[in-house]
Write a protein that binds this ligand. Structure first.
Ligand code: RTP
Ligand code: MG
Length: 140
């Protein structure tokens, strides 16, 4: 399996509870390497653009409000089949459905405030990485 990259966000519910380190440790323990990281407060424009694929979904406005409600940590992660590895350690979107030991089972508050984002394909990972990082900000 090839080493690839994925894009991760530690969401405002997790930064608010000072879980940046705990979430990052879970990612690292799963075999992912943080090759870029920055703490930002997303603007409405950034959140709206990032989640544009969900524009027609009923939760879109709430999701954008949540993602701009506090700081987030955006990260690029590297590892063997990184997209799948990351989604496995994240767990299901709804923490009620998430497997034992996953980040969302351990830390998520609700289906919306679910502590982490992770890209869902290699193609989207590349788009999402480019949305937040310049190439020179990523050090593999
Ligand atoms: P993500 O994109 O954040 O990694 O999560 P995901 O693939 O598991 O979930 P997705 O369907 O892409 O939804 C994006 C985010 O929207 C919020 N959400 N709220 N209220 C709701 O029913 C609902 N459904 C989804 C979550 O924050 C989810 O991670
Ligand atoms: Mg998604």
């Amino acid at each position: 399996m090839a080493v690839t990259r994925t894009f991760s966000i530690i969401k405002p519910d997790a930064t608010r509870r000072n879980l940046t380190g705990a979430v990052t440790k879970a990612l690292e323990d799963a075999g992912l390497r943080v090759v870029a990281s920055k703490r930002i407060h997303m603007t409405n424009e950034q959140a709206g653009g990032f989640y544009a694929v969900h524009k027609e979904r009923p939760f879109y406005n709430d999701l954008c409000a949540f993602m701009t409600s506090g700081p987030v940590v955006v990260q690029v992660l590297e590892g063997e089949d990184a997209v799948k590895l990351n989604r496995d350690v994240m767990g299901a979107t709804n923490p009620a459905d998430a497997a034992e030991g996953t980040i969302r089972k351990l830390f998520a508050e609700s289906i919306e405030a679910n502590s982490v984002h992770g890209s869902d394909s290699d193609e989207n990972a590349a788009i999402e990485i480019a949305f937040f990082f310049k190439p020179e900000e990523i050090v593999g």
